[in-house]
Ligand binder design. Structure first.
Ligand code: FHN
Length: 415
């Protein structure tokens, strides 16, 4: 839909989303009292830790000053262009300077505004700033009663709306409001429309996710990569291991190869990847996350054109050697399982005009109907994370293979 066909509201949303769509890659940070226990951010709920016992963590938490500066520097080196940090997770502890509760990092253990440190660090690296805010609150006395007691609901949404107002007021321009888990109320009971109208009045350029139970500006598939329909913006959020908060017993970390593959997939769907780190209670980044993110950043330095900008839609089929992203008549084939000196790609419905390693030499290619063969390639993968081959084609790029050895009308096994 061209800009001229957009309604004023759609045009405003498109304008606010412009930086987000171009950003592609962000850092999610889950940091809170739960980081001290190291058994997932749901530990209070999963182990049924009584509130009085859990509250002791608020006094013992003594993170090092300005830990966020390390995160922001790492995010930038990794090719990330924005950050989203937990200002309050389900545990109810506020990392920001809320005047609506004493359960905050300013008044207890840290004795500092950890959100202010995060905002300053992100801005110092030129990164956009997102606030994660959990609507569900296990600490607030009305956090569950709000579902069945109208007075409790009014008190609780005054609290939640009030804290969101604080977040939109204290820290200057904020780029993303990232709500989470709106149990136990629905959008009407949360008065989400009124909440988000307030957010937009205080922060006119902000973008809001879909987790206040209203669609707002972008979708948030979690743990999977599923594009939204009709060109709606979306962002897939992913853990690095299988936990969001610091959980050293969970050693199943993703590799740089997997992260690069996820970046290719979100780009192909014109979406974003929000990849999480769970810092230690002191604020250190788990070394394996740092190591893998630095590898991803080096890869993006060389191949960013095939990820940040290459988001044009293209029908493609699954291949074991890699997958496509597209920009206009250039398709980028990301080879992440290197076949050796020759690479075959079937189903190309276009005339191939040329091919080259994205960072190097032209590649010899022959095409017989829809069978493309690239020859004279290096025996070993130039980049084991993914070697990108830029292929210029005539017409709108399209790959069709179907199930049989020849393509018959209407036979398309979708990717
Ligand atoms: O329950 C939370 C979880 O702890 C984490 O914060 C994720 C991040 O998107 N959101 C909820 C699960 O969907």
């Amino acid at each position: 839909m061209s800009d001229s066909q957009l309604t004023p509201e759609q045009q405003d949303r498109a304008n606010r989303l412009e930086w987000f769509r171009a950003a592609r890659f962000g850092m999610f940070i889950h940091w809170g009292l739960y980081s001290q226990l190291g058994r997932h951010e749901w530990v209070m709920n999963r182990e049924r830790i009584p509130i009085a016992e859990y509250e002791k963590l608020a006094k013992s938490w003594k993170p090092k000053p300005n830990a966020a500066r390390e995160w922001a520097k790492l995010a930038k080196k990794a090719g990330m262009r924005y950050m989203v940090m937990t200002t309050k997770h389900h545990e109810g502890f506020c990392l920001f300077d809320s005047k609506l509760t004493d359960y905050t990092a300013v008044k207890l253990g840290p004795k500092r505004d950890l959100v202010a440190e995060y905002v300053e660090a992100a801005r110092a690296e030129g990164l956009k700033v997102g606030f994660y805010y959990s609507m569900m609150d296990w600490h607030h006395p009305d956090g569950a009663a709000c579902k069945t007691d109208e007075n409790a609901r009014k008190r609780f949404i005054d609290y939640i709306h009030g804290q969101v107002r604080e977040l939109c007021t204290i820290y200057g321009p904020i780029n993303i409001m990232w709500y989470d888990v709106s149990w136990p109320l629905n959008a009407i009971e949360w008065e989400s429309a009124r909440l988000n109208a307030m957010v937009r009045e205080l922060q006119p350029g902000i973008i809001i996710n879909d987790r206040s139970q209203l669609p707002e500006d972008f979708g948030t598939p979690e743990g999977h990569i599923t594009p939204e329909k009709d060109g709606r913006a979306w962002e897939s959020c992913m853990t690095f291991n299988d936990s969001w908060g610091y959980t050293p017993i969970d050693t199943n970390y993703k590799t740089a190869w997997q992260v690069v593959s996820m970046l290719r997939t979100v780009a192909a769907g014109s979406g974003n990847l929000l990849l999480n780190i769970g810092p230690t209670p002191e604020g250190d980044v788990p070394p394996i996350c740092k190591r893998e993110l630095l590898k991803v950043g080096k890869w993006l330095d060389q191949n960013g054109a095939a990820v940040y900008d290459a988001t044009d839609p293209m029908h493609q089929e699954w291949m074991i050697t890699g997958a496509f992203t597209r920009k206009d008549n250039t398709v980028y084939y990301h080879v992440n399982r290197w076949p050796g000196t020759q690479l075959g790609i079937g189903g190309i419905q276009n005339k191939v005009l040329s091919a080259r390693l994205l960072n190097g030499a032209k590649v010899k290619c022959t095409q017989v109907e829809d069978r493309l063969i690239l020859k004279g390639l290096p025996a070993e993968a130039p980049d084991k994370l993914a070697t990108v081959i830029a292929i210029e084609v005539d017409g709108v790029p399209d790959q069709r293979l179907g199930l049989g050895h020849v393509l018959i009308e209407g036979d398309n096994w979708p990717l």
